[in-house]
Design a protein around this ligand. Sequence first.
Ligand code: C2E
Ligand code: CA
Ligand code: CA
Ligand code: CA
Length: 280
Amino acid sequence: AKRAGGGDYAIFDASMREDAVGRLMLQTDLRQAVERDEFHLAYQPIVNPATGAIRSFEALLRWNHPTRGAISPADFIPVAEEIGLIRQIDRWVMREACAQLSGWQRRFANPDLKLSINTSSAAFAECGFVATLAEVLREFAIRPQSLELEITEGIFLHPSPEIAETIAAIRRLGVRVALDDFGTGYSSLSYINRYPIDTIKIDKSFIDGIGTNRQTRAIVELIVRLGDTLDLNIIAEGVETQEQTDMLMHIGCRAIQGYHFAEPLSARDAGERWHATTAS
Ligand code: C2E
Ligand code: CA
Ligand code: CA
Ligand code: CA
């Protein structure tokens, strides 16, 4: 099972996703999960590799299935997308994350704490998405600057003027937009040329090879330089070793995320960790 905050994921039988009965069970359980409040968020620190200081957290969705245990979002989010439940889930994530953020900001009397949340393409493309976002920010009195939305290249699969307008509207609110899993899509470079993005998250598959593969290292270095030139924040994802951390610092990458520094944490642990690294 994959490692995750608060314990391992249940060993998810791949056949469940394939066979009809298994799928149906998962779909039924997923619908009930929303009603029965079986979701929670884990928070993974994004840190400055040179100092270890926490720059922000990424909120990651967790589903604690009543009998199966923890199921990975990589397994249930595609199903939620198929059955049209993802918009409801993403809205829940947005409210929950903002409630947590506002709680932390008040408790630590520090407005600098920042949070990233993941957004599926279906939720993002929904009309009213920006209005919902603005409403949630107001409800929890969140400074928009504290929030970043992570989108994936899947959003651009069906390019439309509305997508560009939605990104622009989000940024007009003051919320930043990050391009997740950068480098795994078909035309990553053309997207950052066409859409006003604030942050690029370099996919783990590039970070994996950074210590051993000269070509991979050159690509990561190029992305970091590009970020400097275009004023984009660059975050390296899935950093698991000190060797990778050293290499990224050498290249000039100023934000890393991965098990080497911290796994996704419970809200409580995340708050304490943040408080400990900022209170000095
Ligand atoms: P992602 O957005 O690319 O998130 C990063 C994933 O990598 C997380 O998996 C995280 O736990 C994991 N990770 C972090 N550091 C390391 C590391 O050093 N090594 C390895 N091997 N993995 C690392 P997680 O939490 O299982 O989430 C999987 C995917 O599910 C996410 O990938 C994202 O696409 C999706 N997801 C998670 N939460 C949400 C959500 O609230 N809404 C939506 N729409 N999607 C979500
Ligand atoms: Ca993400
Ligand atoms: Ca990612
Ligand atoms: Ca991913």
